[in-house]
Design a protein around this ligand. Structure first.
Ligand SMILES: [Zn+2]
Length: 381
């Protein structure tokens, strides 16, 4: 398989192209990032925000997971850009304890109105299973809810401006930094919903789930969004996004804490994807499908930013990828599936030319908080 000659991304990653030197399109895009006049972009954002300030009940909606990116986004929009936002949190049902503390602490410290929506867990379990079977990805409900629910709230509260975090230009080549990325239905259908909309999902399931149950996962009607004259933008198109630096800022200013995550070293990546109990499974599935998981992605970012050599990256990949996450036991129990069936399904989603070798898989260590996850409580009852 071809691996980028600059970073460590593999050709199996979605939407990646390579030039004649074997360098991937995201590496080339990040080189371009250095030539952007960020001061001008920031001023452009200040000017743009003026038209929304103080006009309605809220200046904007901030879709908020409470992870490193959306915490920085909220921190920056409130303290630097002086907006009064409505924070909208879509809780997919498997947040971890440190994350929950971070979330509550952040909204309190920032002094913001905060709306939390938690979707029905019995439906979520059915959705996770179906999503795994269809796409080799357990998080259809989470991908859809995170994008769709804040847009629904924009319509409901008549708040026309929705501000997201990083631009997808950081990690994919759908857009470059010069294009203004609108987070709209087109992006939802391309990147958010795995090509499955709520109507499709109802048809796939056994008849016990209705369209009413899937309402939180539906993108609002375009006519309703147009009626509020909506704009849905990424903060990362106006300020240079640097997760490592931003994580240090929110740790210092808001007391935001990192955590151990399966498949990556804590010492280096204490801030990365700490929110989801099932992140390790999602990353493991990616490893089976594409031969790469989060370690490859993170090493690539560090190499592009000059914080790691390519050889160091390859060594970390060798050490951290291809471990069976201990959290898989919790997940399989929740959706009532055997280990064999899970792996059989995963193997139906392999992306050529990758050929996974499951005989090389080693068991990963259990996270410190696994026995405390709220999902365990669900399993017991
Ligand atoms: Zn690259």
């Amino acid at each position: 398989m071809h691996r980028c000659t600059k970073c460590v991304m593999l050709e199996t990653h979605e939407m990646l192209t390579f030039d004649k030197e074997g360098v991937c399109s995201v590496c080339r895009q990040i080189e371009q990032k250095a030539t952007i006049d960020w001061a001008a972009k920031e001023k452009e954002l200040f000017d743009f925000l003026e038209q929304y300030r103080g006009k309605g009940l809220y200046d904007c909606i901030i879709p908020f997971s409470g992870g490193k990116d959306s915490t920085f986004q909220a921190y920056s929009l409130v303290t630097k850009f002086k907006l009064k936002p409505l924070i909208v949190n879509f809780d997919h049902g498997f947040y971890r304890p440190t994350h929950l503390k971070n979330l509550e602490r952040t909204v309190k410290k920032l002094g913001v109105d905060y709306l939390k929506f938690k979707s029905d867990w019995q439906t979520v379990k059915k959705l996770m299973k179906e999503s795994l079977i269809r796409k080799g990805d357990i998080m259809w409900h989470s991908h859809c809810g995170i994008y769709a629910y804040p847009m629904q709230m924009a319509v409901k509260f008549k708040v026309p401006l929705i501000i997201w975090g990083e631009s997808t230009a950081e990690y994919t080549s759908y857009h470059n930094f010069e294009e203004k990325e609108e987070v709209d239905e087109k992006r939802f259908n391309r990147m958010g919903n795995l090509g499955i909309n709520a109507e499709d999902m109802v048809g796939f399931l056994d008849g016990t789930v209705t369209m009413r149950d899937l309402e939180p996962y539906r993108y609002p009607k375009l006519a309703d969004l147009r009626a509020i004259n909506f704009r849905s933008i990424c903060l990362g198109n106006y300020i240079p996004w640097d997760t490592k630096k931003q994580s240090e800022i929110i740790h210092k200013e808001l007391g935001w804490e990192g955590d151990y995550v399966e498949g990556i070293p804590y010492e280096r990546y204490w801030y990365e994807k700490i929110e989801d109990a099932f992140q390790g499974i999602q990353d493991y599935l990616k490893w089976i499908k594409r031969g790469m998981s989060r370690m490859t992605h993170l090493a690539s970012i560090d190499i592009r930013n000059g914080r790691m050599t390519r050889d160091e990256g390859l060594k970390l990949i060798e050490e951290w990828e291809g471990r069976r996450p201990a959290s898989l036991d919790v997940f399989l129990k929740a959706i009532n599936m055997s280990d064999e069936e899970f792996h059989r399904i995963a193997l139906t989603h392999v992306v050529a030319p990758h050929v996974p070798d499951l005989t090389k898989v080693k068991p990963g260590p259990k996270l410190w908080d696994q026995d405390q996850w709220t999902i365990n409580i669900d399993i017991e009852t």
